[in-house]
Design a protein around this ligand. Structure first.
Ligand code: NAP
Length: 310
């Protein structure tokens, strides 16, 4: 738990979160729990989502009109799918207070920056962001306050952004328990292509392939899934809208990383065909080290089989 943050003063007065799904509702819960904002407002176009958020009592106000919600906001965080960022930005632009900060949580950064920069006025500080934390679930009930605790949050401020605004946004995420890193939007997209986007594509693909097999039945795939397959199914259960938008908006970086992946896969195919055990052993030893480094960096638990009960 982020106990230190509990005793700190609020970083902003009025926080508005647009999109009350997994990430938006988690930001609201964390901001409330760790007192990062004096008042927390949620806006969502979907009445059922808004009602669900209200029933969970995760904010101080609920709006179906994002334009109305952002009046007098100090910090606005767009937590909608990447493909919806531009239309939401366009809708709220005229209602934003001069000096306010507009950020987002989208999994792709350069397309969000390019879409929002021409829309958001020069009197508003646009600083895109991405908390590198999440689950395969969606919707307000899936959120939780500790989601960002001990996780990275990457900010991708455009050149010339106001330093004080950047410090405020950094302090906000730190209050939620994150460690903040700043990098350019294109670099973010390259890094996330290999650490997140391509792994999701591989999971979607392998689960799809298994589903289409004719020689192995679907019930056999499910029955024997503990052999490794089920770990891919968790990732492949992720939100279809969100992930469609990620691939459409990070096309170049994903294709670049997929090219590298395909080459390495071909090399593995060759090693199996030619029974090159040394090549296989060498790779599998290196990859085991990567797992160890992730655990050492506190980015996962050391429990065997992801801590499942047996
Ligand atoms: P989610 O649970 O599906 O929530 C998205 C919410 O935004 C939904 O309530 C959706 O309403 C609403 N929405 C969609 N278009 C809107 C619009 N034009 N105006 C207002 N609300 C709108 O998705 P999420 O997982 O929280 O993802 C939100 C963002 O976080 C995405 O950009 C994603 O890339 C990023 N992100 C996700 C993760 C993760 O692990 N899930 C991690 C880091 C960052 P409807 O139900 O009507 O569509």
């Amino acid at each position: 738990m982020n106990d230190i943050a509990n005793s700190k003063a609020a970083v902003v007065d009025k926080l508005v979160i647009i999109g009350a799904g997994l990430i938006g509702s988690s930001v609201a819960r964390a901001a409330k729990q760790y007192c990062a904002a004096k008042s927390i407002i949620i806006a969502d176009q979907n009445k059922a989502v808004l009602d669900e958020a209200q029933a969970l009592a995760i904010a101080d106000g609920y709006f179906d009109d994002a334009g109305e919600a952002v009046q007098d906001a100090d910090l606005v965080i767009l937590a909608v799918p990447v493909g919806a960022m531009a239309s939401v930005g366009e809708y709220i632009a005229a209602h934003l207070k001069s000096g306010s900060i507009v950020s987002d949580v989208g999994s792709v950064k350069n397309s969000v920056l390019l879409a929002l920069a021409p829309i958001i006025s020069d009197h508003v500080h646009l600083i895109p962001g991405h908390p590198v934390a999440g689950t395969e679930k969606s919707g307000p009930s899936a959120g939780f306050a500790s989601l960002f605790d001990g996780r990275w949050c990457i900010l991708t401020p455009p050149d010339g952004v106001d330093a004080a605004a950047c410090s405020t946004l950094k302090a906000f995420w730190e209050q939620l328990g994150s460690t903040v890193e700043v990098m350019s939007a294109p670099h973010h997209d390259l890094v996330l292509a290999i650490t997140s986007h391509v792994p999701h594509l591989i999971a979607y693909n392998i689960v799809g392939t298994a589903n289409d097999l004719e020689t192995v039945t679907r019930s056999e795939v499910i029955k024997y899934s503990a052999g490794g397959f089920r770990d891919f199914t968790r990732i492949a259960a992720s939100d279809p809208t969100m992930w469609r938008d990620v691939f459409l908006n990070n096309k170049e970086a994903v294709l670049e990383m997929l090219g590298r992946f395909s080459e390495d896969l071909t090399a593995l195919q060759r090693a199996i065909r030619w029974e090159d055990g040394d090549a296989l052993f060498e790779l599998f030893s290196r990859t085991r080290e990567i797992r160890r480094s992730i655990i050492d960096a506190g980015q996962d638990e050391n429990a065997p089989d992801f801590g499942r009960k047996h």
